[in-house]
Design a protein around this ligand. Structure first.
Ligand code: SIN
Length: 505
C-alpha cells in the first residue's frame, strides 16, 4: 500500500455537505480477503449523518439544477480527470478491499471515465433531450426533462466504483444531487470515491457519502426527503427497497439485481471459443458478478468434449492474491460468509442429485481462496433457483433447442444469457425466446458494454435498465401545451363554449 492509499484508508469518515465527518468504532470492518488479518477500514456508522447528508443534498439541489447541463458536465469532466489522477491508488484499494485482480481493478477504474464520456455523447443524451412537437390547433407542444431531486445511490462490493458510478453520473448530469452509500464490504473504496469527488470540486452537498450496512441503507432509502433510490445489489436488498417504498409510487426506484445466467452451447459451436468464454464468464471476479454464467446448457453431441475442455481450463487457471504478478485470473472470495455460501450451495446441489465434476475446495493458504466448482445436473428448474456469488456453475445436457431454451428460461431471474453457435437460425430462435435483458451471441454472459442498456427481468431488475439507459431514471418528462396569451381565445380547444361565451367579446 503506498502513502496516498494509507492517507484515505486510515481515516474512516463520511463526507457530508463538503465536510469530512470522522467515524469512530469498529462495528463495520473491511478486511483484505487475501490476508484477513489486515483490517482495511473500520467504523461504526452514524445514522445522524444520513439525515445530515440528505439535508445537504436537498439544500444543494436548487443551485445544481439551475447551473445547467453544460456546467454540470464540466464538473463531471473534472471528476473524470481526478479519477485518472488517482487511478492507481484507487485500483489498489479495490483489490485490497474486495480481492479482485489488480488488472481487473485497473479496468474498473478506467470504466469510470469511460462512463462519463459515453453519458456526455449526443447519442446517449438523445434519450433525455427536450423536444418540441406540433399538437395542432395553433398550440406548441414541449417535452422537457426535469431532475427528481435527491438520489440515494447504493453500491455493491463487486464493482464498488464502476457500478455506483453508473448511477450517479447520469443523476448528477441531469441535475440531481446524490447521497452515496457504498457496500459495507467496501467502505474504503467508497471513501476514496468521495475524496476524488472533493478533489473534483463539486459544489457543497452535491455529492455526499454515508457509510454503513443494513440500518444505514434503511435510514437512507426510507428517508422522507429523498426522491429516488438507485441500487445495484442482491434481490433481497432490492426487495427491501421496494417494500419500504410501497406508499411512495412517485419515488423513482431503479434496481439492478442478480442473475442465474444461462449459456447455451449448441452442437456446431466453436468449442475452444465457447469453453474460454464460458470459463471466463463463470469465474470472472471469482464468480462474484451478477452477469456470471451459472447454467451451462450443452448439446449432447459435444457435451463430453466441452465438459472435459472446460474442466481442464477451469482447473488450471491461476488463482492468486489480486496484487500477485499477472497472469492470475481469480482472486479470493470477498469474505468468510461468501466462502460458506459457496460450500453450502455445492452441498445442496450434490445432495439434490448433482454430479460434482470439479469440486470447489478451500485452498491451503491464508485468505478466502477457493477453487472453482462445476456440477452436472439432470435439468434446470425454476423451483429453488437462487443466486450465489461464487465460482460455481452447473451444467445440463440437452438434445433439442426448445428444451435448451426452456431450461434457460426456467429461472427466477433474467439478466444475461449467451448462445454459442455458428447457425444464424439457432441464434435468432434464442434471441426471440430467451427471457433476459442481455442476450449475447458467441460472447459470454459477463462483461456488459456501458454503451448499451443493462438490466433484466424477473428478480434481476424492475425494468429501469442502467448502462446507457440510466439517464431515463434520472429525470421525469414534463409535457407542456403552450399558447401565447394573445392567441389563447382564438385557439381554444373548447369550441363548444365559443357560441355561448360570446359575451366575453
Ligand atoms: C455486474 O454487474 O456484476 C457485472 C457487469 C458485467 O459483467 O459487465
Amino acid at each position: 500500500m503506498n502513502a496516498s492509499t494509507q492517507w484515505i484508508v486510515g481515516n474512516p469518515s463520511d463526507y457530508v455537505d463538503g465536510q469530512w465527518r470522522a467515524i469512530a468504532g469498529d462495528e463495520i470492518q473491511s478486511k483484505n480477503p487475501a490476508n484477513p488479518g489486515q483490517v482495511v477500514w473500520s467504523g461504526t456508522p452514524e445514522l445522524t449523518h444520513v439525515d445530515a447528508a440528505v439535508t445537504a443534498a436537498r439544500a444543494a439541489f436548487a443551485h445544481w439544477k439551475q447551473l445547467g447541463q453544460h456546467e454540470r458536465a464540466n464538473h463531471l469532466r473534472a471528476f473524470s480527470a481526478a479519477c485518472k489522477k488517482f487511478a492507481e491508488p484507487l485500483a489498489q484499494v479495490i483489490t485490497l478491499e474486495m480481492g479482485k485482480t489488480i488488472a481487473e481493478s485497473r479496468g474498473e477504474v478506467k470504466l469510470i471515465s469511460d462512463k462519463i464520456d459515453i453519458t456526455l455523447q449526443e447519442s446517449t443524451l438523445a434519450r433525455v433531450t427536450n423536444f418540441e412537437v406540433d399538437p395542432g390547433g395553433g398550440r406548441k407542444g414541449f417535452c422537457r426533462f426535469q431532475p427528481y431531486g435527491v438520489m440515494a445511490v447504493l453500491g455493491p462490493f463487486n464493482f464498488p466504483a464502476h457500478l455506483p458510478n453508473g448511477h450517479w453520473v447520469p443523476s448528477l448530469l441531469m441535475g440531481n444531487t446524490v447521497v452515496f452509500k457504498p457496500s459495507e464490504k467496501t467502505p474504503a473504496v467508497g471513501q476514496w470515491i468521495a475524496a476524488i469527488a472533493e478533489v473534483a470540486g463539486f459544489p457543497r452537498g452535491v455529492f455526499n457519502l454515508v457509510q454503513g450496512g443494513v440500518e444505514t441503507a434503511k435510514r437512507l432509502t426510507c428517508h422522507a426527503d429523498i426522491d429516488g433510490v438507485m441500487l445495484t445489489g442482491s434481490w433481497r436488498a432490492g426487495r427491501a427497497v421496494l417494500q419500504a417504498n410501497l406508499d411512495r409510487p412517485g419515488r423513482i426506484v431503479a434496481l439492478e439485481m442478480g442473475g442465474s445466467n444461462p449459456a447455451i452451447v449448441w452442437q456446431d459451436a466453436d468449442i475452444r471459443a465457447a469453453v474460454l468464454e464460458c470459463v471466463r464468464s463463470a469465474y470472472a471476479t471469482t464468480g462474484q458478478r451478477c452477469t456470471c454464467t451459472r447454467r451451462l446448457i450443452v448439446h449432447r453431441s459435444i457435451a463430453q468434449r466441452f465438459v472435459s475442455a472446460f474442466t481442464k481450463v477451469a482447473s488450471t487457471m491461476i488463482i492468486a492474491p489480486g496484487d500477485a504478478p499477472e497472469p492470475n485470473f481469480m482472486g479470493p472470495l470477498v469474505d468468510q460468509h461468501a466462502v460458506n455460501a459457496f460450500f453450502d450451495k455445492q452441498t445442496i446441489i450434490r445432495e439434490g442429485g448433482g454430479r460434482v465434476l470439479l469440486e470447489g475446495v478451500r485452498m491451503d493458504r491464508a485468505g478466502f481462496f477457493v477453487t472453482p466448482s462445476l456440477i452436472e445436473v439432470a435439468r434446470f428448474e425454476k423451483a429453488g433457483d437462487s443466486e450465489t456469488f461464487a465460482p460455481l456453475v452447473q451444467v445440463s445436457v440437452v438434445d433439442e433447442l426448445q428444451d435448451a431454451i426452456a431450461q434457460a428460461n426456467a429461472t427466477e431471474f433474467g439478466l444475461a444469457a449467451a448462445v454459442f453457435t455458428h447457425q444464424h437460425s439457432v441464434w435468432q430462435e434464442c434471441l426471440q425466446e430467451l427471457r433476459a435483458g442481455c442476450v449475447n451471441w458467441n460472447y459470454g454472459t459477463a462483461g456488459a458494454s456501458s454503451k448499451l442498456p443493462f438490466g433484466g427481468l424477473g428478480r434481476s431488475g424492475n425494468l429501469r435498465p442502467a448502462g446507457s439507459f440510466a439517464l431515463d431514471s434520472a429525470v421525469f418528462p414534463v409535457a407542456s401545451m403552450e399558447v401565447s396569451s394573445q392567441d389563447t381565445a382564438a385557439t381554444s380547444a373548447a369550441t363548444g363554449l365559443l357560441a355561448t361565451a360570446k359575451w366575453f367579446q
